[in-house]
Every structure is written in structure tokens, then in C-alpha cells.
Design a protein around this ligand. Structure first.
Ligand code: ATR
Length: 274
């Protein structure tokens, strides 16, 4: 798409960044809304992060997304952080405004919006969060803040205990994950297990209650072995790509002044690039 000299500029900062679907996603929205703007991949090394972010702001960028490995560094660098970022301990969305850098974290709202888009009510009952890493925290915090009872279950139990001590929630032992399903309405894989090139998550769904919803944050492949097993048992399955699409909405709205929609057409465009 053509842009003019007045174009609004944003992008995604990561290292590496070539695998990111965000330029395609935001580019699709920019085109759809006929916005004079661009969203660029911004490969920036960890040691250059602070100086490059400051430069982007000085160059008139409206903001940026921040991805691995910069989310904690972005948190430390912001002039102002939204409660979502404080709860997540990380920033994934920067807005440059009046010479200030404002950070937020949209992973939690993106996760919740994706659940609702799949007809899953997060408040239906307790949630079992598998994992205690970078993705578990914003997701767990969003569920807790919505009044949901949350249990963290991680291979390294210490890490789950530390996370629960920081944001709230309880802890369930990793070996007890299958047995615990009966006490939960929702189970979420926030680990890297099931991702292409990684091991699969072993979770015996034999004792899962019929109403259990199974969500995965992994979206390569779109249908992880966990989601396939859930569907085979007639359980509701919520795939991770929707979270990626929904978490992008607040940033786009802040930078370009239009609240975009997540629909089938967008899903197909991004899924087609996986
Ligand atoms: P990220 O920040 O990208 O989430 P991370 O913080 O290292 O990366 O988190 C990865 C998550 O996947 C962790 O919960 C990790 O469990 P540990 O804390 O025990 O390392 C989980 N994970 C990775 N490989 C795993 C495996 N083979 N079995 C069980 N859990 C695994």
C-alpha cells in the first residue's frame, strides 16, 4: 500500500522478528481501513533496545509492539505503565505520546476476548493454568482480575509457587494435572509444549468433565495435539491464533485511531502465513 509523508508509523520490536505475524496482521487492518500508515518489522538486539526505542519515539513513531526478548526491558524503560503491564510484569504495547513512553500489556485481554469469541465464559468455573513462564502471568492475572479461581501447574513447582505468590491463585503439582481436571471448567496450555519442533504436552483427558474448555496459546500448528485430543473427546477447543489477533486490537486502536475487528477473513489471512 502507498503511504504519504504524513503516514503514522508503528512496528514490532523483537530479536529475532522475522517469524512475527504482526506486520501481516496490522498491515491487513491498515489496508482494510485505508489508513495512511505502516507497521514494520523492527529487528533490534537486546543491547540496542533502549537506544533504538528512544530513537523511534524521536523519529515520530506512534508506538510499537514489543516481543521476545524485550518485554521486561520495555517495562523497565516506560515513563508510565498501565495496570495490565504491572500485573503482567511485562510490556507488549508501547504508545509514544507527548514525549512520554506509555506501556501496557494486552496479552490478558487478548486471551479473554478469544475465549469469549469461542463462546467460552471464563467465569464458568476454576481455571487450571499449565505453565508458569512469560505467558502464564498475564493470562493468570486476567483470569484472577475477572474473579476466576486460578491454579497454576508447572513442571518446576517452585516457579508456579512464586507466580502465585506474586499475582494470586493456588498451585497444583505437575503430576496431578490430569486428576485435577475434574475440578476445573477451563484448562490452558501456556507452555511451549505442542509447538512445532517441541515435545507434545501429555495430558490425559480421560477424566475431563464434559463441560471442560481446553485452550492453547500455541498456534504453530493451529491445531495442536492437545486441541485435537480435546475435540476428539467432544470438548470445546480454543486455539491460540485468536489470542494473537485479539491482543493486537488495543495497540492498533491507540496508534491509528480505529478499533479494528477480528473476523474470519483476518483469521484466514494470518493462518495462511503459518
Ligand atoms: P516463555 O517466557 O516464552 O513462556 P519460559 O518462561 O521459559 O518461556 O516458559 C516456558 C514454560 O514452558 C514454563 O512453564 C516451562 O516449565 P518450567 O518452568 O518447568 O521450565 C514449560 N516447559 C517447557 N518445556 C517443558 C517440558 N518439556 N515439560 C513441561 N513443561 C515445560
Amino acid at each position: 500500500m502507498t503511504i504519504t509523508a504524513r503516514a503514522s508509523l508503528a512496528g514490532v520490536i523483537g530479536w529475532p522478528v522475522a517469524h512475527s505475524r504482526s506486520p501481516l496482521l496490522h498491515g491487513t487492518w491498515l489496508k482494510r481501513h485505508g489508513i495512511d500508515g505502516a507497521y514494520l518489522p523492527l529487528p533490534i538486539r537486546p543491547e540496542d533496545f533502549a537506544v533504538c526505542v528512544a530513537a523511534l519515539a524521536r523519529m515520530g513513531f506512534v508506538g510499537a509492539n514489543v516481543t521476545i526478548p524485550h518485554k521486561e526491558a520495555a517495562f523497565a524503560l516506560c515513563d508510565e505503565v498501565a495496570p495490565s503491564a504491572r500485573r503482567a510484569g511485562a510490556v507488549n504495547t508501547l504508545v509514544f505520546r507527548d514525549g512520554r513512553m506509555v506501556g501496557s500489556n494486552t496479552d490478558g485481554v487478548g486471551f479473554m476476548a478469544n475465549l469469549r469469541a469461542h463462546g467460552v465464559d471464563p467465569a464458568a468455573g476454576p481455571a487450571l493454568v499449565l505453565g508458569a513462564g512469560g505467558a502464564a502471568r498475564p493470562i493468570g492475572a486476567a483470569l484472577l482480575d475477572a474473579g476466576v479461581v486460578v491454579h497454576f501447574c508447572n513442571r518446576t513447582e517452585d516457579r508456579a509457587a512464586r507466580l502465585a505468590a506474586t499475582i494470586g491463585g493456588g498451585v497444583i503439582g505437575w503430576e496431578d494435572r490430569a486428576a485435577a481436571l475434574g475440578d476445573h471448567a477451563l484448562v490452558i496450555n501456556t507452555t511451549s509444549l505442542g509447538m512445532a519442533g517441541h515435545q507434545s504436552l501429555t495430558l490425559d483427558l480421560a477424566r475431563a468433565p464434559a463441560g471442560l474448555a481446553v485452550a492453547d496459546i500455541v498456534y504453530v500448528p493451529l491445531e495442536t495435539p492437545l486441541l485435537a485430543a480435546a475435540r476428539a473427546r467432544g470438548l470445546r477447543a480454543v486455539e491460540g491464533l485468536g489470542m494473537l489477533l485479539h491482543q493486537a486490537v488495543p495497540g492498533f486502536a491507540a496508534w491509528f485511531g480505529v478499533t479494528p475487528v477480528v473476523d474470519e477473513a483476518l483469521y484466514r489471512v494470518v493462518a495462511g502465513d503459518l
